[in-house]
Design a protein around this ligand. Structure first.
Ligand code: ARG
Length: 255
């Protein structure tokens, strides 16, 4: 009987402790969702996900005193990661758009970007307007996709067909294979993709848009947003962000 009581006491104690343990464990983590198909902002290196956004996210985690967990998902599902609470923030070279602002809050911008055009070296496409009537590859759900799809017919360019890919690299493969006429993707990854296939590809000097990358959180999560903004502010003022960008540029040039 004594033994049984002891067992019950242990079980009760455990039942009281375990939920707290589980709770503090999840509180110890901050979860970032991204799409690691976007060098140099996020990409796979061996079995790790690395890149400029990961460096920033590590600083955010450090400031929160938490461990960073990364969820790697399709780019187009990122808004849902936030609204459904699967992550705390999205860092994915994500551009601020009015449409996205409906479902999430954005930090201060940390990088300025444009949509670039990549073509085969001997392509007849030499400028942005040459995209008229062409078949263009984009990464699904990106601003490049929105621009080329042009649902509200605001763009000055009307491509014939938009082919959507989960990965930028798959669009590049189709371009090299001659299945599409051009790839529209953010300028920095575009440089990277061209550099990896410099025999075959060129990036046109014409750009299509002006965009600003920011980190996204759940609507109303002001506390986290304030922390993120203070980390970004520090990283901008101490030159850390420019340093990361420069490092990745020279890695592009030398690699
Ligand atoms: N800047 C573009 C956008 O916001 C593309 C970002 C793609 N990022 C990625 N991690 N795949 O739509």
């Amino acid at each position: 009987m004594k033994k049984l009581k002891a067992v019950i006491a242990v079980c009760l104690a455990a039942a009281m402790v375990i939920p707290f343990a589980a709770c503090s464990k999840s509180n110890n983590k901050v979860i970032m969702s991204t799409n690691a198909q976007f060098p140099p902002f996020e990409y796979h290196s061996g079995n790790k996900i690395v890149g400029i956004d990961v460096e920033i996210a590590n600083k955010i985690a450090a400031k929160l005193g938490k461990q960073l967990d990364i969820r790697d998902v399709d780019f187009e599902t990122l808004p849902n990661e936030i609204t459904s609470g699967k992550c705390d923030f999205v860092a994915a070279g994500m551009s601020i758009t009015d449409e996205r602002k409906v479902n999430m809050d954005f930090s201060d911008p940390y990088f300025d970007a444009t949509q670039s055009i990549i073509v085969l070296k001997n392509s007849p496409v030499k400028s942005r307007t040459d995209l008229n009537g062409k078949t263009v590859g984009v990464q699904q759900g990106t601003t490049g996709d929105t621009y080329c799809t042009d649902e509200d017919k605001k763009a000055d360019i009307h491509v014939k067909t938009v082919k959507r890919y989960n990965k930028g690299t798959d669009a590049i493969s189709d371009l090299i294979a001659g299945r599409i006429d051009a790839v529209v993707i953010d300028d920095f990854p575009a440089q990277k993709f061209v550099q990896n296939n410099s025999e075959k590809l060129v990036k046109l000097s014409d750009a299509l848009t002006v965009e600003h990358y920011a980190i996204a959180v759940k609507k109303g999560n002001k506390e986290l947003l304030d922390t993120i903004n203070s980390v970004l502010k520090d990283m901008k003022s101490d030159g850390e962000i420019s340093k990361l960008v420069e490092q990745n540029k020279s890695a592009l040039e030398n690699g």
